[in-house]
Design a protein around this ligand. Structure first.
Ligand code: NAD
Length: 478
């Protein structure tokens, strides 16, 4: 029975109510989490505020960094156990879960090392004045996270907030919060003072909404759907709080006729099957120059047919989806596309021997998808790839920018001038050239434009996101 982590203690929901934790690979419950209330959120925010005023607020940047570095080592020491927990909670293949835990450790390592390197500035100004610009933590930061990469999201969102001295209150997804809770235990073991990190489990409309509306938070960061992101931003606006939004995507590959097609095909498959397509930066649109459209889509289709969805231990291309609602939603997209007569170029399969109650959808490739169809425009968040032909460079750019989203993109061409022209013309937060990094490395600033959100996480830039800037202008006399 999982519990909230508030003020350094494990506590149940004040209401006494719990929610079941389902195994996506079987559909069966295997644990419970507390159903958090506004009272639980209030207790967590109070604990965070007390930590800021107490031992945590007094720590030096180097001391904070050392705690995060210890966390990194402790995570790696329990790598396999944490990966198994993550796979059980989310259904993802074990190799993906192992990677996710390694990335969570890497976030702690990166931000642990960076904690004491966020320097301010000295500015030349009038004679007799000394002017410095300093970075200061906001105070109590609120973090609302989705279910697709719970351990990685913890590293991406909470760890830089801690590195800069904020005290964090996290509301993970009701569908996957076991690894963030386990990471709280590790943080405590690493020496994090009580209250610096608090996790309240529960439903979005209850615990999540109570957190974003709480009167004593100083900053909100949300990762999830554009719909909920808009609600969160409105709540933040009520108190004029800074709000970072990491939302969805409909990320394109732009494959030109001079690309290395063999290499490209491998990346294209991985970019949509990774985490069963439940990745904000999944490569879900395959835009191919018309002169090679048939040849290249046939090449991708052949590989697509070999893809398999299976259990975490079968460790195939992908696992089940997170829950039944998501399975039905994705299946709805597939059924409507078939009913509209859009050709299925290839479909993978679900492995033999999986539990019939698991939330599986076999990966599927559609093409040519009409440019205004929902498969060309809307985020599916499942292993569904939409192929579309384009004519030339200008048409490719127009098509790539034609959705409401703008998270990441990949340009596949050997032409150096075109690589730069297209990368600069794409409306998104990250562009890969002859590569694709769904999620990318922890060092790389990440975030969106348009409906994909605003603000940046990852990289050194994230430390600045979690700080407010103060300019101190001192007259020191002649
Ligand atoms: P979601 O928006 O349904 O839920 C995200 C979180 O918000 C959950 O913790 C949920 O409990 C909470 N929530 C729901 N209603 C709320 C409310 N009214 N107030 C406050 N909190 C509330 O998203 P999801 O289904 O968990 O995740 C899928 C979505 O997340 C996709 O759109 C995906 O693209 C996006 N995502 C984006 C990124 C990114 O970095 N850009 C990363 C991962 C996922």
């Amino acid at each position: 029975m999982a519990q909230h982590f508030i003020g350094g203690r494990w506590v149940g929901a004040s209401s006494g109510q719990t929610l079941p934790v389902l195994d996506p690979a079987t559909g069966e419950p295997f644990d419970t989490i507390p159903r958090g209330t506004a009272a639980d959120i209030d207790a967590a925010v109070r604990a965070a505020r007390a930590a800021r005023r107490g031992a945590w607020g007094r720590m030096t940047a180097a001391e904070r960094g050392r705690i995060l570095l210890r966390m990194s080592a402790l995570i790696l020491a329990r790598h396999e156990e944490l990966a198994r927990l993550e796979a059980h909670d989310t259904g993802k293949p074990m190799s993906q879960a192992r990677n996710d835990i390694a990335v969570a450790a890497r976030y702690c390592e990166f931000y642990g090392g960076a904690a004491d390197k966020l320097h301010g500035e000295h500015l030349p100004y009038l004679n007799d004045f000394h002017v410095v610009v300093v970075h200061e933590p906001y105070g109590v930061t609120a973090h609302i996270l989705p279910w697709n990469y719970p351990a990685q999201m913890f590293g991406r969102s909470v760890v830089p907030a801690l590195a800069t001295g904020n005290a964090a209150v996290l509301k993970p997804s009701e569908d996957a919060c076991l690894s963030p809770l386990a990471l709280c235990g590790i943080a405590q073991e690493a020496g994090l003072p009580d209250g610096a990190l608090n996790v309240v489990c529960g439903l979005g409309e209850e615990a999540g909404a109570a957190l974003t509306r709480h009167g004593d938070i100083d900053f909100v960061t949300f990762t999830g759907s554009p719909e909920v992101g808009t609600i969160v931003q409105k709540a933040a606006a009520e108190r004029t709080l800074k709000c970072v939004l990491e939302l969805g995507g409909k990320s394109p590959h732009l494959v030109f006729d001079d690309a290395d097609l063999e290499r490209t095909a491998g990346f294209v498959i991985k970019a949509i099957t990774q985490n069963a397509g439940q990745t904000c930066s999944a490569g879900s649109r395959l835009l191919v120059q018309r002169s090679i459209y048939d040849e290249f889509t046939a090449m991708v289709a052949e590989r697509f047919r070999a893809t398999v969805a299976g259990t975490p231990d079968q460790d195939r291309d992908c696992g089940p989806l997170i829950n039944q609602a998501q399975q039905r939603r994705v299946q709805g997209f597939v059924d409507r596309a078939r009913a509209a007569g859009i050709p299925v170029l290839a479909q993978g399969r679900v492995a033999e021997g999986v539990h019939p109650g698991g939330f599986y959808v076999a990966p599927i490739l559609f093409g040519a998808v009409p440019r205004t169809h929902e498969l060309a425009c809307d985020e599916v968040f499942g292993p569904v790839l939409a192929a579309m032909p384009f004519e030339d460079e200008a048409d490719a750019i127009e098509l790539a920018n034609a959705t409401d989203y703008g998270l990441i993109a990949a340009v596949w061409t050997r032409d150096g001038g075109r690589q730069t022209r297209v990368a600069r013309a794409l409306q998104c937060g990250q562009v890969y050239v002859n590569s694709y990094g769904a999620g990318g490395g922890v060092e790389l600033p990440f975030g969106g434009v348009k409906k994909s959100g605003h603000g940046r996480e990852k990289g050194f830039l994230a430390l600045q996101e979690f700080c407010t800037v103060k300019t101190i202008v001192q007259y020191h006399g002649a």
